[in-house]
Write a protein of this length. Structure first.
Length: 103
């Protein structure tokens, strides 16, 4: 058996709902934020509530747009590394006198 593989347990984890309701439960994280709880869920309250799904989709798209990373191919990485190595060699002093002056 591996030692220390279980997460830390928080018996008094605070759960906060978007409606403002808070309660405590046991969890592996100290604080949980939820959108809907038993006080505001339509199934428990009997009231119909409009959830802004369009806003959620737009928020998701903005998060995805921000997470776009530049993908560099393996050959491009090799070319950049080779150019960097050549540039470092070009920046080195040619003579001992030039080396002494650079320090």
């Amino acid at each position: 058996m591996q030692a220390q593989i279980h997460p830390k347990w928080y018996p008094e984890a605070k759960v906060t709902c978007a409606c403002g309701n808070t309660f405590t439960v046991g969890a592996s994280v100290p604080e949980i934020k939820v959108d809907v709880c038993s006080n505001c869920h339509p199934f428990y309250t009997g009231q119909m509530k409009y959830l802004d799904t369009a806003g959620r989709v737009e928020a998701f798209k903005t998060r995805q747009a921000g997470a776009v990373t530049k993908v560099v191919s393996k050959t491009e990485k090799r070319r950049i590394k080779r150019l960097k190595k050549i540039q470092e060699e070009m920046d080195r002093p040619d003579t001992l006198a030039a080396l002494r002056q650079s320090k």
